[in-house]
Design a protein around this ligand. Sequence first.
Ligand code: LIP
Length: 267
Amino acid sequence: MTTPSELLELATRIAVTTGDLIARRRAEGVRVAASKSSLEDVVTDADREAETLIRSLIAEARPEDGFLGEESGAEAGTSGLTWVVDPIDGTVNYLYGIRQYAVSIAVVEGEPEPETWRALAGVVVNPAADEVFAASVGGGATLNGLPIRVAPPVDLSQALVGTGFGYLAERRVEQAKVLVGLVAQVRDIRRQGSAALDLCAVATGRLNAYFERGLKPWDHAAGGLIAAEAGARVSGRGGASASSEFLVAAEPSVAAALESVLDEPGN
Ligand code: LIP
């Protein structure tokens, strides 16, 4: 039976190789290949090329595992393990040349559903920053091989809080209304454009908290494990599993304080 740390070692090799590829493609120039849920929700040639490379490397090493990727969908395996992949998280940042994008690869046990899966290994690589965030279940979290931990507890009024918005304008309006009620109750808000890197920012203490509604499994599969292994509470509402409905990640007391504000009517 392959251990979580062995899975992490393979996932890291694949993610770093893919990070090198997308950095080269970025330097060569990026082209939009198509749009998905809206004109703002784009996929680039590099997204597709990166996911194809990741799938081939996984299939070569572990042909019996399942796959769930943002661009090419799902394929069941026979091993009970599934690789959950976002080849470029922060695609719009990548398109504009904003250096906040990442390859996100996780290995989960059980059905590839955030509500029920057990994440075993996760790696998030930002090639523009030469940063490799990694974690295996029970093995702690690292940045470039060095241990990372969430920031110490703070009062919510002093918390730097990350969030994100969906690709549909009407959803963004509702999400912005939540911020109107929140912005005066925290230190400040950051919208950095990559859920995977926002979760890694919580893991390293660069953010005190992160929350978002509407995330896809591949957005948070790896970063969620990294943040949890760094000491964050990563959950949905009321301690349920994180899901597309809601995700919060923070040091536990900050997560509870943030969630209680977000639970107020109108949020
Ligand atoms: C992005 C997420 C981000 C969210 C964006 C988008 P993508 O993923 O990482 O947090 O706010 O709307 O979903 O589309 O760049 O892979």
